[in-house]
Design a protein around this ligand. Structure first.
Ligand code: PLP
Length: 425
């Protein structure tokens, strides 16, 4: 048996479906955000990044870099072991306090990534609850889906942001059964927001626990950057608030916050937390600096909202097929995986603009898109350059300026179809 043939076939399949992923060799330039150097063989060129999840440029903030440097100078590079062995360094203790405070919760627990925090926490919580039924939004992130799978618990998927469907499932499950509702606050591909207050009300009515992924909201929404639950005064209505330190906070790591007992249970039972080396002190220190800064400073949030609105206005006025969104995420619909990839290649080669194509399975087939994330550093001049580059690309590749999918989206502001990533999963 030639094992490699099977791997090659699996890769060929991706090429056939036009969704083989290619990573660009990029080197971000500290102090020149959103500029980066792109290397391709011997050639190095400066480009503008328009799809970074370092949403506020905090990865290059002076306080954050200084905190990182100071911690590395005083404590060295690695953590030296799992949390149990030697990894519970003082910065992690501080960080967990900072996070619990951010979300008005009794306790916090830090993981090595947001992905792991979802996978480890959801699987552990649903395993500990007897006969737990998980109710999961159709558009939930892959890390949530992995957590649900690993738990082995029964699951029901409710249509994206559909309260009627969710209520029906809750009612059918019955009051007595343990139920965990898992959803995101800001959905990162459409940029829409969950009806969080209404979901919390349903949870109360039907005696369910709630778990919210605020990965695309922490740092950016709410007077202290605590996310949508901070903005809408809902922290007390949600049992577990999960977030990342790697996006708006510009560092690395993930976390959950909640009651003392649920956090202690995850800490004590979750293999994904227990059997892995802790975050390095320097990373934890840089995350603390970013969180503290964004608890006080409104400037980054205001500027991000302002530049996002400008980007949306200018691109809509230019006639580009923008999916309307309430957030900092600006999706432009292409609806064809091949064209989507060609458009991003063209933007990079001809205009030195880097935007990653978003194809299946990240989004449903037929809704392939560019996903633009303006930051406080994408100034008016850069927005104009982007608009011209997009228009030239749309004409050069003959990409439709309007399509059916977009008008559906405008009407409903969300996809009706069940997400492919969960169908049958
Ligand atoms: C990126 C992402 C995660 C994972 O966070 P990382 O810190 O990057 O591992 C979790 N949930 C959602 C919705 C995400 O987009």
């Amino acid at each position: 048996m030639n094992y490699n043939i099977f791997f090659q076939k699996a890769i060929d399949q991706l090429h056939t479906e036009k969704r083989y992923r290619v990573f660009s060799d990029l080197e971000r330039i500290a102090g020149a955000f959103p500029r980066a150097i792109r290397r391709d063989g011997e050639i190095a060129r400066e480009i503008t990044v328009w799809c970074s999840n370092d949403y506020l440029g905090m990865g290059q903030h002076a306080d954050v870099i200084n905190a990182l440097r100071h911690a590395a100078d005083t404590m060295g590079a690695g953590a030296g072991g799992t949390r149990n062995i030697s990894g519970t360094h003082h910065y992690l203790v501080e960080l967990e306090k900072e996070l619990a405070d951010l979300h008005n919760k009794e306790a916090g627990l830090v993981f090595t990534s947001g992905f792991i925090s979802n996978e480890a926490s959801i699987s552990t919580i649903a395993q500990l609850l007897p006969n737990c039924l998980i109710l999961s939004d159709a558009f939930n992130h892959a890390s949530i889906i992995e957590g649900i799978r690993r738990s082995g618990a029964k699951k029901k998927i409710f249509r994206h942001n559909d309260l009627i469907h969710l209520e029906h499932l809750l009612k059918t499950a019955g009051h007595a059964r343990a139920k965990l509702i898992v959803f995101e606050s800001v959905y990162s591909m459409d940029g829409d927001i969950a009806p969080t207050a209404a979901i919390a009300d349903l949870a109360k009515k039907y005696n369910a626990m709630t778990y919210i992924d605020e990965v695309h909201a922490v740092g950016m929404y709410g007077p202290r950057g605590g996310g949508i639950t901070d903005r809408d005064n809902l922290t007390h209505c949600i049992d577990i608030i999960e977030g990342t330190l790697a996006k708006a906070y510009g560092a690395l790591g993930g976390y959950i916050t909640g009651s003392k007992s649920v956090i202690d249970a995850v800490r004590s039972y979750s293999p994904g937390f227990i059997f892995t080396t802790a975050l390095p002190p320097a990373i934890a220190a840089s995350a603390i600096a970013a969180i503290r800064h964004l608890k006080k400073s409104q400037m980054e949030r205001i500027m991000q909202q302002r530049q996002t609105q400008k980007t949306k206005d200018i691109l809509i006025q230019a006639g580009l097929p923008i999916i309307p969104s309430e957030t900092h995420i600006v999706p432009i619909l292409i609806s064809d995986p091949d064209l989507c990839k060609k458009a991003t290649d063209h933007l990079l080669e001809k205009h030195d603009i880097y935007i990653q194509p978003i194809n299946y399975p990240t989004v449903p087939r037929g809704t392939e898109r560019l996903r633009i994330t303006p930051t406080p550093f994408h100034n008016d001049a850069l927005i104009e350059i982007l608009k011209d580059a997009l228009l030239e690309t749309w004409h050069a590749l003959d990409i439709p300026f309007t399509n059916k999918k977009q008008s559906t989206l405008v009407e409903t502001n969300h996809f009706v179809a069940l997400t492919v990533s969960q169908a049958g999963g």
